[in-house]
Design a protein around this ligand. Structure first.
Ligand SMILES: Cc1ncc(COP(=O)(O)O)c(C=O)c1O
Length: 467
């Protein structure tokens, strides 16, 4: 990988564009109608009514010409396809794990791991469980325990590795309850904790505690390449190592990994479970056959396996990672300059606006982050996602409890938007920041009992979103 010419500061997209997909401009009136039709729920919008779609970075990225070329090589044999062996070799080359089981996405790898490794009453610690990981742990009657470091909860703290696990808390847990902990997980980067990275020192320390107690460590490695780059740029001693060397060192401290390849696999679909333990791998393969498919395709087409085999390597290209992480950081800087509060420092895949700080006059009972995400769509055609009291406020007993944070997440699809898209985003969000006093809250009209953010319908709590 060449380093950029230090005489020139502008970071350009490290690709040129071979195929384009038009995006559709809408008027503000059209977006007002689309919002009303969608019951003020951005999940219910038709995506061609969205100008810039930052709902998620999962499976939404652009593939490279090498990936598309790889897809033409896809061999659709039911068993023993060379496409599988190329996929397996790419995963083994980066992770070093002995057994590689392809799955249709990350949650399938989690489900299989949980079904073979956990039993009711077990405890699985993690820095912060992603929703699907938590749900899969809980589905087998085990407890998903989050052990983030304290600074993870402070949105203003500039600590470089707010994704770390609290090692002392893990040590105490294993000293007291070792027999209830069949495995420990570490999510890199920590998505539910703001996309914040985990340091190599933390991975090493967590691994040492696990090994002391004979507990296997599994990495939820959806964003392993972004984490590697953030280690390179933030952790002393790693500045001269390549993202690939850093990723490989990280995996060497673990016993297995689950992955959604819709992130740093650079694919639109896919995932894997990788591990060293022969007996556990055999049990997992049996589960894989039951629900996903034969072990050499695991629910994926041969062409998907080819695209991912290329994607795992491309995600580690330093030019790409520099552009990606810098784009996120640049948007963060523009928002701070416009006095729009965000979670700091920016992490790997998203910028999180702190809606509680931006809209102090909107009470949490009127869902400020939800209202803000609607206003961003109304004013600029930008789709984001609320991570606040709509997502987390409803308790299992039906009562309502405000979430600790009211965030709007702007997740960047990979290799999809350019610098001018980011400049446009900065302008739209700064404009909404400038009219913050006019933003009003929303109320729920109807909602399902669980996971309500996907399908609930809303209306402005005071007649309209803006006064
Ligand atoms: C950290 C993390 N783990 C697991 C998953 C689940 O992956 P998938 O959506 O492919 O099932 C995600 C998806 O967003 C994630 O961010």
């Amino acid at each position: 990988m060449n380093s950029p010419d230090s005489r020139f500061k502008t970071i350009i997209e490290p690709f040129r564009i071979k195929a384009v997909e038009p995006i559709r401009f809408t008027t503000r009136d059209e977006r007002q109608r689309a919002l009303e039709d969608a019951g003020y729920n951005l999940f219910a919008l038709h995506s061609d009514d969205v100008l810039i779609d930052l709902l998620t970075d999962s499976g939404t990225g652009a593939m490279s010409s090498a990936q598309w070329a790889g897809m033409m090589r896809g061999d659709e044999s039911y068993a023993g396809s060379p496409s599988f062996y190329r996929f397996e070799s790419a995963v083994k080359g980066i992770t070093g794990f002995e057994h590689v089981l392809p799955t249709h996405q990350g949650r399938a790898a989690e489900r299989i791991l949980c079904s073979v490794a956990l039993k009711p009453g077990d405890i699985v610690p993690n820095n912060t469980h992603f929703d699907t990981t938590r749900a899969n742990v809980e589905a087998v009657g085990a407890t998903a325990l989050d052990l983030p470091v304290p600074e993870a909860r402070d949105t203003g703290s500039l600590a470089p590795f707010k994704g770390n696990m609290d090692v002392e808390a893990l040590r105490r847990l294993l000293a007291e309850r070792r027999e209830s902990v069949p495995l420990v997980m570490l999510t890199v980067t920590n998505n539910s904790g703001g996309g914040q990275p985990v340091s190599m020192a933390n991975v090493r320390a967590v691994s040492a505690v696990c090994r002391e107690h004979g507990v296997p460590l599994f990495i939820d490695c959806c964003r392993y390449a972004e984490n590697a780059y953030l280690v390179k740029t933030r952790e002393p001693g790693y500045e001269d190592k390549s993202p690939r060397e850093i990723a490989t060192e990280m995996f060497s401290y673990a016993d297995g990994a689950t992955m959604s390849a819709k992130k740093d696999g650079m694919g639109n679909i896919g995932g894997f479970l990788a591990l060293n333990d022969d007996a556990l791998a055999q049990a997992a393969r049996n589960q894989l056959i039951l629900t996903e498919g034969f072990p050499t395709y695991g629910g994926l087409a041969g062409y998907d396996l080819e695209a991912l085999a290329v994607g795992f390597e491309e995600a580690l290209h330093e030019d790409y990672l520099r552009y990606r992480i810098r784009s996120v950081e640049y948007l963060g800087e523009r928002l701070l300059a416009a006095d729009v509060p965000i979670v700091r420092p920016t992490g790997g895949h998203a910028v999180y606006i702190d809606a509680k700080a931006l809209l102090p006059a909107v009470p949490q009972t009127e869902y400020p982050a939800w209202a803000l995400s609607c206003v961003l769509y109304l004013e600029g055609g930008v789709r984001s996602v609320e991570i606040g009291s709509v997502m987390f406020g409803r308790q299992p007993d039906g009562t309502e409890k405000p979430a600790p944070l009211e965030l709007v997440r702007l997740a960047f699809p990979r290799r999809t938007y350019t610098q001018s898209h980011v400049d446009y985003l900065a302008e739209v969000i700064a404009y909404v920041g400038s009219i913050r006093e006019r933003v009003r809250g929303v109320r729920i009209v109807s909602a399902p009992p669980v996971l309500r953010h996907f399908t609930a319908r809303f209306e402005p709590a005071h007649g309209s979103l803006l006064t």
